[in-house]
Design a protein around this ligand. Structure first.
Ligand code: VGL
Ligand code: ZN
Length: 199
């Protein structure tokens, strides 16, 4: 029987106020996300999960600063402050998140040389995380995405979900954005054009 899955993206300490890559109001969405979790048929989480000295960290590129861009073998890559390092407190889910019901945690960004915004493909747009196969085997037909950040991991996940044929909804009220150089408006436009349902 085809089912619906709620996918909670990167609701981790480092993306919440006080964290290394804090998203404005990132923790404000937690009560709403917890409500959605309570009412969801199936809950899945993603977790940004970088090794120390990851290639997406500005600190790994001498002379570069966070939020600048570099060319990687797979194309341009925004550089970030060190964040969500494997096993660190910053990489833990926010303590207020009701994550007990989650059926799977998809970790991403663990390959030292590739960043991964999308829950489906790494930033080379080619290396799969395994989530699409998992969802198919579980007979998931539609997904709802919430979490952080709207204009990076949520948006890239939503665009890939549509490409994989999942009916895809983003609950914008349960997301918060980084909004770097107009990225929020750009990614909202891309999601709308791709047929993502924005609520
Ligand atoms: C994210 C930047 C770097 C996100 C993760 O979760 O949106 N953004 N790593
Ligand atoms: Zn990251």
């Amino acid at each position: 029987m085809a089912t619906d899955a709620l996918i909670v993206v990167d609701l981790q300490n480092d993306f919440c106020p006080g964290g290394a890559l804090a998203v404005n109001g990132g923790d404000e969405i937690i009560p709403l996300v917890n409500d959605l979790i309570r009412n969801a048929e199936h809950v899945m989480l993603t977790q940004d999960w970088h090794p120390a000295s990851h290639s997406s960290f500005a600190s790994s590129h001498p002379g570069k600063h966070p939020f600048e861009s570099v060319r990687m073998s797979y194309g341009p890559q925004t550089l970030w402050p060190d964040h969500c390092i494997q096993g660190s407190r910053g990489a833990d889910f926010h303590p207020g998140l009701a994550c007990a019901k989650a059926e799977i945690v998809i970790r991403k960004g663990f390959r030292p040389g590739i960043d991964s915004y999308s829950a489906f493909f790494e930033n080379d747009r080619f290396t799969p995380t395994g989530l699409a196969g998992y969802l198919r085997e579980r007979d998931v037909a539609s997904i709802t995405l919430v979490g952080l950040a709207t204009d990076f991991c949520v948006a890239y996940s939503a665009l890939d979900a549509v490409k994989h044929g999942f009916a895809t909804t983003v609950r914008l009220d349960a997301c918060r954005a980084i909004d770097l150089n107009g990225s929020l408006e750009t990614m909202i436009g891309k999601m709308r054009d791709a047929g993502v349902k924005l609520v």
